[in-house]
Design a protein around this ligand. Sequence first.
Ligand code: SAM
Ligand code: SF4
Length: 341
Amino acid sequence: MTIVSPLVFHPSPAPGPRDAFGRRMNYLRISLTDRCNFRCVYCMPAVGMKFQPREELLTDDELVRIVGLFAEAGVTKLRLTGGEPTVRPHLVELVRAFKSFPGIQEIAMTTNALLLGRIAAALKEAGLDRVNVSIDTLDPVRFRAMTRGGRFDLVWKGIEEADRVGLGPIKLNTVVVRGQNDHEVVEMARLTIERPWQVRFLEIMPMEGVGMVYDEGLVTSEETRQRLEAAFGPLEELEAPPADPARLWRIPGAAGTIGFISPISEPFCETCNRVRLTADGNLRLCLLHPDEVNLRDAMRAGATDEELLALIRGGIWRKPWGHRIHEGERNTVRGMSQIGG
Ligand code: SAM
Ligand code: SF4
């Protein structure tokens, strides 16, 4: 595994506030809620999941104000995530408000798609551009087990409706977990032969509360790729957009593509262009580091827009680089559903 040294890194010419290593942050991922209608085995513990009191979460007005400030600072792309973003009340109105900021060029959403069939058209009309859907298996029984109760038929309808209303190109995210769905990656990848979709295989990360699933379940992207090549023959490597964490491949002749996201075996810190806003209003500088800037408390204490912008820029400046998960480090503190994966 290689982590490019920050010392040899050159400032990026892209828009957005800059960190001390020269990386530009033009992409904000927003956790709209820490709640979810699933309990995926790699994301939440089976029991004992604690949700934050509602008054600790950002209100709609607070969220819109913060997004406006990030847009002013140079952020051009948003991703709505969670928890499950579709369980946040007023989601359609929030999308419309976010899209009204002139700097915001693109809004994407990562969702489990359970409720997407009902609201995809309204979200598209409000300004949502694309969705990524998390789906780990095509087997309804295993789906129910991995999500602890999820309905595969409704999720599949949600994906088809998103495709129909133009929330594409559809990307499907599959976390590969040894002993659970690792033998199904071939069937997932086969979806790309006829459909112009991207099926992305994610390495599991050791998030708070589910570290043992990681310890037993990590499957590297290399292992998954070898499994696919054993079934389909050599995959063609494609060039991915510069800040895309996925390495892209294609089954020869397929309509869609296959992505590998490898935060453990091949960290992508040198091209990182993103920061996160947690549901309780903290600017989270890196998914895998606990360093955060509390924008909510500053806002509730009466901070002006200039003061909040200074907090945002100052936080981004100290964005960390690298992690030591492969050496056993665990400093996540929050679960994935609280940070917004
Ligand atoms: N509920 C939405 C969903 O599942 O798409 C959005 C939130 S979820 C936390 C965002 C992404 O994080 C999903 O694609 C999910 O598969 C991924 N994820 C959750 N826990 C993970 C873990 N421990 N390792 C890697 N990816 C994880
Ligand atoms: Fe919910 Fe998404 Fe986490 Fe699954 S991965 S429990 S759908 S937040």
